[in-house]
Design a protein around this ligand. Structure first.
Ligand SMILES: *Cc1c(COP(=O)(O)O)cnc(C)c1O
Length: 439
């Protein structure tokens, strides 16, 4: 069993996180329940920031809030000196409600609406990462109407795609995101941005994938970007103030996953950028990175109550819990794997191998296949580790299941940061028929 952060087994054989007994939390707040280890979030944030500081490189570490966007989380990111990525009006609204410093908010997305851009401009956010030509003109229009300017990065597709241990150079850039670096789009976008009186081009951005365990993909992407920066220096006299290399740093979900420490990714990126900046004789641009999963992923644990059991003789034991694809859609969406223990009997001996089923009306609603556990019954609670990223963020109300509550724990104290949805919440937006259809 692998325990993340402050998680440990207490004298009652219960899972404890942040000095708080998760079984007590489940009794107090109900299940399913997302529990976040705040100290671990702080540690993850600091490890990125401190590496830049140690190497004396100007940087912004922007938390990609799409991984887990709530007011409390955004406030925690602020406390830790992070910047913030948002990808929608809703995430921007959350950041503003949280009182996050607007000058450190960066707005991403491949189809920002007029209203979203207008909201960003009116709130004077730090930077918009422009994704395509449509947005370039739309944003200029919004700036003209607001009689103001906006700082931008251009998102480019460097023709590098990274995933876990592999990276591939895709040659031609078949992606819905960004300006193609190889096909002339990026050159044209740079020229257009440099000519605009309303847009201030800070630099370029790339994001090559997610759950990446190697540094190679980042270095290849940086190399390709610098190839173009050389052209742009010669053609336009343009030298970037900012180079943003995106997020995607991997975390450990199961023992198959072997992520690097944050410092290793950052050191490798800095080394590569320095080398290229030297070659070009330009100042080292400010380096921005955008970790999402690696800030909050392993800090989250979901506590469920065990319910029904179904045995398919000689084939499989199914154990069902009181949540599933509504609070964690990742296994159904992309066969994500997780580890889990019984929160109330952590170190009891393993007695059987079971598969953990969700409660939704979908055969695909399975959380974990083939999990070794003590013989679990309906008094037990299951703790699934590493659910902090893209869990609550992707939670939904399929089967009209209310979304769980979220609790932060730190130094022996628990704080409710998102309430559990009620049935009333579920029907709040519904409007009954005006007249009877059937007598
Ligand atoms: C999703 C995303 C991130 C964060 O990715 P993680 O895998 O959660 O680190 C960062 N930048 C951009 C542009 C993204 O789309």
């Amino acid at each position: 069993m692998f325990l993340h952060g402050t998680s440990k087994v207490n004298e009652k054989n219960h899972l404890e996180i942040g000095g708080v007994d998760t079984v007590e939390l489940a009794k107090q707040y109900g299940t399913p329940l997302y529990v976040y280890d705040v100290a671990l979030i702080r540690e993850r944030a600091r490890s990125f920031r401190e590496t830049f500081k140690r190497l004396n490189i100007a940087a912004q570490v922007a938390y990609a809030s799409k991984a887990f966007s709530t007011i409390a989380m955004v406030q925690l990111a602020h406390e830790e000196g992070l910047s913030l990525d948002v990808v929608s009006g809703g995430e921007l609204f959350t950041a503003i409600q949280a009182g996050f410093p607007v000058e450190r908010i960066h707005f991403h997305g491949n189809n920002k609406s007029y209203e979203e851009l207008d909201m960003a401009v009116k709130n004077n956010i730090g930077c918009i990462v422009v994704d395509n030509f449509y947005e370039l003109s739309l944003l200029e229009q919004v700036c003209i109407e607001n009689k103001t300017t906006m700082k931008i990065l251009l998102r480019v597709t460097p023709g590098v795609e990274a995933h876990t241990h592999d990276y591939i150079t895709t040659g031609q850039d078949d992606s819905k995101f960004g300006f193609g670096l190889e096909n002339g789009q990026a050159d044209q976008a740079v020229e257009q941005a440099l000519h605009s009186e309303y847009l201030e081009l800070l630099g370029i951005h790339s994001h090559i994938g997610s759950q990446i365990f190697e540094t190679t993909g980042f270095l290849v992407a940086a190399g390709k970007m610098f190839g173009k920066l050389k052209d742009w220096k010669d053609r336009f006299g343009f030298a970037p103030k900012v180079l943003n290399l995106g997020g995607g740093f991997g975390i450990r979900y199961t023992e198959e996953d072997k992520p690097l420490p944050a410092s290793k990714y950052v050191e490798a990126i800095i080394g590569e950028v320095k080398k290229h900046a030297d070659d070009l004789s330009i100042d080292i641009p400010e380096i921005w990175i955008e970790p999402g999963r690696s800030i909050v992923g392993d800090a989250g644990t979901t506590i469920y109550s065990v319910g029904s059991r179904k045995e398919v003789p000689n084939i499989r034991q199914y154990i069902a819990i009181d949540g599933g694809m509504t609070d964690n859609i990742r296994p159904a969406l992309y066969q994500a794997k997780y580890e889990a223990v019984l929160a109330n009997r952590v170190e009891d001996p393993v007695e059987e191998t079971v598969s953990i089923a969700g409660k939704c009306c979908e055969s695909g609603d399975m959380l974990i296949w083939d999990l070794p556990l003590p013989k679990a019954n309906s008094d037990d609670m299951l703790a699934v580790f590493c659910t902090g990223a893209y869990g609550y963020a992707m939670a939904n109300n399929y089967n009209r299941i209310p979304r769980p509550a979220v609790v932060f724990v730190e130094n022996g104290e628990a704080q409710l940061v998102v309430q559990r949805e009620s049935y009333e919440d579920l029907v709040r937006l519904d409007i009954p028929l005006k007249s009877k259809i059937v007598d």
